[in-house]
Ligand binder design. Structure first.
Ligand code: AMP
Ligand code: ZN
Length: 468
């Protein structure tokens, strides 16, 4: 499988560091407002990537972060204000209420759009001790310095600074003239920890009470769950600089090891040829699309059908086009299901050839448009075969392949959703408790599962899970 690594700027053959197991971190939302369709296109890319790796038989440990502190309104400078705090002031809410509210809205959209649950959600405010420990490590190594309660990363001490974005300290120096922060040794130095008496969220740290910088959060949280070197790190193209450049610098300066093997960045989405922005009034939300009558599957179809590395231009027309495309695939599936129950007959398409073509498209840096094209071609061939009398075993095999493909795109209700690890663990406890006739423990496990948003059903084939 080939993936385009932003770090090497080439297509690379991908193999996980640990055979059979991929460790992946996706930069997630900053929860100070609703995520728009552009954000979801970046998140859909991460979801498809995971689904594709799982299709290939790899186990994926996926971590997605929730930024609820430290992301400033001017992320290139130190003078910005915390986005969550600005919103809290605007609404008259606490920072916790703002983050909780938009996080819930985000989770709801993800459920509607059928995104898979990661192994870990890392919410920044819940990982401050890990961030403090990492800052401490950088101070001890001399890669960072504290000034009046603030801690900065010393970019001059990390020779690799700029390797992801292509920025050099010289070009950055020239561009940074507008911001003069006398505390910094170098204008490109960035804050790991900041003090601000007005900030609503503050924690005690050895060098002063304050809050973490946005970049250190992702380094601390990803390494906590995935180790000091892991396989994949994704984000939108705007994350390359400064966010990911700074993550690399801090992580590698602290550990002395390569941080991430492959960096993947989704190009931004345009709406009718323009950048999505509040000031232009072209921010489109999932709810608006639903209100206009588009189904979750239609929205998902549009989100997953263009390659992540391509600049895409969305418009209402694109969403209109999803309906007939999906109808064709869903109709094919329905006809196959009907024919599958009949006695054997006819001749199935060359399933092996179709499968190989689909896999070749996806292995080519997630050419999703090509892979969906293969599915449509498959529907054409399959419908012709059905007209020629395909039924029974051949239809069942054809249907199984269509479902397998749909596990990657999740458009036709084929791929069953895998519950998060904690739900599966509790499910195991429930099965063991029921076997031991320990009904109290079995009930407790079920309640634990429900608290995580899932329902269980005990069937003769074992335990079944359903999202509540
Ligand atoms: P934020 O909530 O601003 O931290 O953004 C969440 C994710 O969405 C990040 O990975 C961004 O790179 C990505 N993103 C932001 N705007 C767009 C856009 N117009 N198109 C695609 N992805 C975007
Ligand atoms: Zn991040």
């Amino acid at each position: 499988m080939k993936l385009y690594n932003s770090l090497s700027r080439t297509l690379e053959d991908f193999a996980p560091l640990e055979p059979g197991h991929v460790r992946m971190y996706n930069c997630g939302p900053t929860v100070y407002n609703d995520q728009h369709i552009g954000n979801y296109r970046t998140f859909a890319f991460a979801d498809t990537l995971r689904r594709w790796l799982e299709y290939k038989g790899l186990r994926v440990t996926q971590v997605i972060n929730i930024t609820d502190v430290g992301h400033l309104t001017q992320e290139h400078l130190d003078s910005g204000e915390d986005k969550v705090m600005v919103k809290a002031r605007e609404l008259g809410w606490t920072a916790e209420q703002v983050a909780g509210h938009f996080m819930e809205r985000y989770f709801q959209d993800r459920r509607i759009l059928f995104f898979q649950e990661p192994a870990h959600w890392t919410r920044a405010t819940r990982y401050v001790p890990e961030m403090i420990a990492l800052v401490k490590r950088l101070l001890e190594k001399g890669a960072a310095y504290a000034v009046g309660g603030n801690v900065y990363f010393d970019v001059a001490r990390f020779p690799g600074y700029g390797k992801l974005s292509g920025n050099s300290l010289e070009t950055l120096k020239a561009g940074a003239r507008i911001e003069i922060n006398p505390e910094k040794r170098n204008p490109a130095d960035f804050a790991l920890w900041k003090t601000d008496a007005k900030h609503l969220m503050q924690w005690d740290a050895p060098w002063g009470r304050g809050f973490p910088g946005w970049h250190i959060e992702c380094s601390a949280m990803s390494m906590k769950h995935l180790g000091e070197t892991f396989d994949l790190h994704t984000g939108g193209e705007d994350n390359i600089f400064p966010h990911h450049e700074c993550e690399i610098a801090q992580s590698e300066a602290a550990t002395g090891k390569p941080f991430v093997k492959v960096w993947l960045h989704a190009r931004h989405l345009l709406w009718d040829g323009e950048k999505i922005s509040k000031s232009k009034g072209n921010v489109v939300l999932v709810q608006q699309l639903l209100d206009k009558g588009y189904s979750p599957a239609e929205i998902r179809y549009v989100l997953v059908s263009t390659r992540y590395r391509q600049q895409v231009n969305f418009s209402w027309d694109l969403f209109d086009g999803a309906r007939p495309a999906l109808r064709k695939l869903a109709g094919f599936k329905a006809r196959l299901a009907e024919a599958a129950a009949k006695t054997d007959g006819g001749k199935a398409p060359d399933l092996e050839a179709v499968r190989a073509e689909f896999e070749a498209r996806m292995d080519d840096d997630l050419d999703v448009a090509g892979a969906l094209g293969v599915m449509h071609g498959f529907a054409g061939q399959g419908n012709a075969a059905l007209e020629g009398g395909l039924a029974g075993k051949g239809a069942r095999e054809t249907l199984a392949l269509l479902d397998r493909f749909d596990g990657v795109f999740a458009l036709l209700g084929g791929g069953e959703e895998r519950p998060p690890d904690e739900v599966l663990r509790l499910g195991g406890e429930r099965v063991a408790a029921r076997k031991a006739k320990d009904w109290k423990a079995a009930d407790a496990a079920r309640e634990g599962i429900q608290a995580l948003g899932w329902a269980v059903e005990d069937t003769k084939d074992g335990i079944k899970y359903r999202r509540l």
